[in-house]
Design a protein around this ligand. Sequence first.
Ligand code: AMP
Length: 283
Amino acid sequence: MPLLFRKVNELRNYLNTLRCEGGKSVGFVPTMGYLHEGHKKLIETSKLQNEITVVSIYVNPTQFGPGEDYERYPRDLNRDMSVCEELGVDVVFAPTDEEMYPAGNSTEVYVRGLSEVLEGKFRPGHFKGVATVVTKLLNVVQPDRAYFGEKDYQQLKIIERMVKDLLIPVQIVPVEIVREPDGLAYSSRNVYLSSEERESALSIYRSFLLAEKMIKAGERNAQRIKEAMETYIRKHPHVKKIDYIEITDPELNPKEEVQEGDRILVAVWVGNTRLIDNWKVSL
Ligand code: AMP
């Protein structure tokens, strides 16, 4: 079993001893737990690139808005510990709220601009919570490398920006999206979906294939591609609402004409579950 720490100071002391022993490289995978194949890919990548791998499991309250799924977010530390053991994780950090947000805490991290578009419009405050907790976690673990999934593409871009701006000495390593065999991106929130809803949720992946087909056939107009995707997704019975379908360059600036490397980003409500996904354009 990996060593489990719940307290900042205990984890710090342990990692300091390791670092003093032999300058071992530390890879860090921050998660909210309920680990799936997407998380596993991050952990495996860290295992390949570092001598020590630390995984954090923390459902961070400050990145959930009022009325969002903080309370019902799936949690199972025992299962997560077994997954981490299988993968050879060295250390799991599962802090309490009191450890992460000491009484009287008053400091937040906010990445202007990038936090205001796409997800930011629909989840105000979300990225402030993310940037704040990731800063804290990086300060505790002080890893050489930290692993973030492209599944949360905007989050990845915000963390990259933040680490540059705050001169945090860590290498951010992006990891490609892991999908189920039928194309649904792995997400801890997929457990909310009934089997009929799951079928409707597949329309997101299939709309990317549709976009790709249009692009490969020569279509370059972003508006027409987005409209075709929207029409396709809306046909599915459990799709309640589309928050956005956007096509941007890799730095999240909206595009009118698509080109290689652009991103198509989508947020869709299927039943009461909000799903996000994205796709890299290849010509
Ligand atoms: P979460 O536990 O949902 O906060 O995710 C923790 C990390 O795993 C984030 O960096 C996510 O982007 C990443 N992640 C989640 N799902 C996937 C996936 N399907 N493929 C790749 N990375 C993922």
